[in-house]
Design a protein around this ligand. Sequence first.
Ligand code: GDP
Length: 455
Amino acid sequence: MSTIAAISTAPGNAGIGIIRLSGEKCFEIIEKIFVPKKKSPVVGYSMKYGKIINSQTKEVIDEVLVSYFVAPKSYTTENMCEINSHGGTIIEHKILEECLKNGAVLAEPGEFTKRAFLNGRIDLIQAEAVMDIIKSRSEASLKMAVRQQDGQLSKKIKGLRRNLLDIVVNLEAVIDYPEEDIEEITFNTVSEGMERVKQELEYLLKHAHTGKILREGLQTVIVGRPNVGKSSLLNALLSEERAIVSEYAGTTRDVIEEQLLLGSVPLVLVDTAGIRQTEDYVEKIGVARSKERLDKAELAVVVLDGSQTLNEEDEEILNAVAGKPCVIIVNKGDRPQVNDLTALQKRFGKDRVLLLSAKTGGGLEQFTAWLQSYVYGSEHAISGGAYVQNTRHENLLREALLSVEEAIRAAASMLPYDCLVIDLHKAIDAMGLITGDTLQDEIINEIFSKFCVGK
Ligand code: GDP
């Protein structure tokens, strides 16, 4: 395999930059472009101080520290070097250029991690978790990605896959040696085994949605007629949150997404442009706009003005959210209340109607608490096992579940064991595609191409 090189740190000015090299010729290349202060043999997990030079003109490019990793004890399991240079795009590029001039090729996105996978050091779930860590938006998501990298989800899925393989082995034994007493025992074990796997798959899938929210944020809209306090609520939330991750305007329309972490729930507030505009007196949001936004959301936050009786517009919005995932905020809780809270609670559920004051901040904590329990269910789920948070994994698990269910049905209808074996093999293959145990090159390439260069 070729020796690859790439800048691993993010572009821009920073204290240090790291240029990574991996492959057979790694030390040879370093030898040509690096003049250490003290010459010494290469030792794994060691660092040398010295200068990177232009291999032709001998001109000094930067003062650096080079770390050495000797195969197989490295990230990729190949010989590796990491050049710690001063940060700054120009220096990093000059050093990279020297590596390339002396025999390295530019690494493709994710190629270091891909090599770690191809060389058997990590499995596919762990490799994908590396990508998730890089892209992670929220703290909770980061924690989960780290956990996946530890291999928790891999272990779980590999275990289930092994259970199915054992069942297949059992069934094949019966097909080959159809003696009656073996068949009796096997039928029960097989049925129980398949049922257990089915339940575990269902559990993983049930929580996959939480994983997706953690990773991508809960798509949320704030709706309500003009003047109920939407923009005040938005501002209150934004000052309450621990970290605004980003705010950017869409290019085609005036859609603005605000991302924030409320408690441990990453929210993506969709289309807050209109809400912002009310402050500029440009446009007050009407019912039509609210309805349009509702369609896109995973959660609707309906704002009502508690100091006024509900009017037709409020009713129209409430009707539009009925049956959708929503929470009703009765705002202006600091003023005398004229609404019948109990009636609203009867209609939407007791825990879904919250009294709040965007002005004083009263009730925001309850809102955060409500969100946490809405997303995570119980406390247990937050601290508990790994969530499937990758759509590719989720789809494959769903496929596996369908095949296992098919096999269970086949067993119940006393179909020949060969039929069960076919179904179970489908499930085994789908699960193998998650961990990378059965994977075609093209899928591998597609997955790793989504990485950034240098990882
Ligand atoms: P929007 O049109 O729904 O975005 O409403 P705004 O956030 O612009 O609020 C409309 C008016 O209600 C403003 O004068 C706010 O100061 C006021 N307001 C908003 N929230 C509260 C609240 O909790 N208590 C009180 N007393 N006034 C509020």
